[in-house]
Design a protein around this ligand. Structure first.
Ligand code: OGA
Ligand code: MN
Length: 294
């Protein structure tokens, strides 16, 4: 089967056919996916009717798994294995989450523009999201090209941000939505980590903006000034010309490179409609900056 790539947007996102993610991949196939990812940052592989085991096996082609996405909140009962981020609106009995369910409250954070796992010292490389039950009325996933957004900044802004370092935490992103009821233990576990604001892609050498809803401070800046600036950069980076909007078809497998994109999910009627999306994630090469001594 020959591998073909069709761009979905001028700079970000392409559909890739000719890969069967259910089967073991040859080295050439893995290299083709990686080359497609380096270039397009988001790949849509349609018609991938995966079991959880097949999704995990396919994901392992792209580096070590980032696990534990669902255990950041204490006392959640898992529907999927620990290597999955369950971004469905279902509980462990496959019932829709109730309106005030704590897991639903936390998941609403995915409606804010973010890059996955930037609240960890080693953030995510690829996220692979499998659309098992998709929505057509709402529930699109949007992707912003953080390379194009960086390139479009003026020279003075580029110089100003070159060496800035931000604090990232789930407490900050959830706090933006008013979800603040964390236990002391959770607050300790989710204490901020540091990341550069400008990062360089290890393969292409391109610079991009490392923005995420998880940002709550810029090191050395007064907090309101930092947050106002981050908002400006977010607004810049998510202008329509930088954004690919993905409308889901069942069994789409969408892969994004968190090192050069942000994403968010759009609102849908999650109290009445089922959306079963399962994410696996690989780790990036390492920290973007040395962490402060604790
Ligand atoms: C994710 C995420 C978006 C979506 O899986 O990391 O943010 O469309 N999900 O559910
Ligand atoms: Mn996400």
């Amino acid at each position: 089967m020959s591998i073909e790539t069709r761009p979905l947007h001028p700079t970000i996102g392409a559909a890739m056919t000719g890969i069967d993610a259910r089967r073991p991949q040859t080295r050439e196939e893995v290299a083709a996916v990686e080359a497609g990812m380096d270039r397009h940052a988001v790949l849509v592989l349609p018609g991938q009717d995966l079991t959880d085991e097949q999704q995990l096996a396919f994901t392992r082609n792209f580096g070590p798994l980032q696990e534990g996405a669902n255990t950041t909140l204490t006392a959640t009962t898992l529907r999927l294995g620990a290597a999955f981020a369950d971004v469905s609106n279902l509980d462990k009995n496959n019932e829709r989450l109730q309106r005030d369910d704590r897991r639903r409250m936390a998941a609403l954070g995915n409606r804010l523009w973010h890059s996955d796992a930037t609240f960890r010292v080693v953030p995510a490389r690829y996220s692979l999201l499998s659309g098992r039950i998709v929505t057509t009325d709402g529930g699109n996933t949007e992707f912003a090209d953080m390379r194009a957004a960086y390139d479009a900044l003026d020279a003075a802004t580029k110089a100003e941000i070159e060496d800035l370092v931000c604090e990232h935490s789930l407490i900050y992103s959830r706090g933006q939505l008013g979800f603040t009821d964390f236990t002391d233990e959770e607050r300790h576990r989710m204490r901020p980590v540091l990341h550069r604001l400008v990062r360089t892609h290890p393969v292409t050498g391109r610079k991009s903006l490392l923005l995420s809803a998880h940002i709550g401070a810029i090191v050395g800046w007064p907090r309101p000034e930092a947050m106002a600036f981050v908002r400006d950069l977010m607004e810049h980076a998510t202008q329509p010309q930088f954004v690919y909007v993905h409308r889901w078809t069942r069994n789409d497998l969408v892969i994004w490179d968190n090192r050069q994109t942000m994403h968010r999910v759009r609102r849908f009627d999650d109290l009445n409609i089922v959306r079963d999306m399962r994410r696996t994630t690989t780790m990036s090469e390492g920290p973007t900056v040395a962490q402060q001594a604790a």
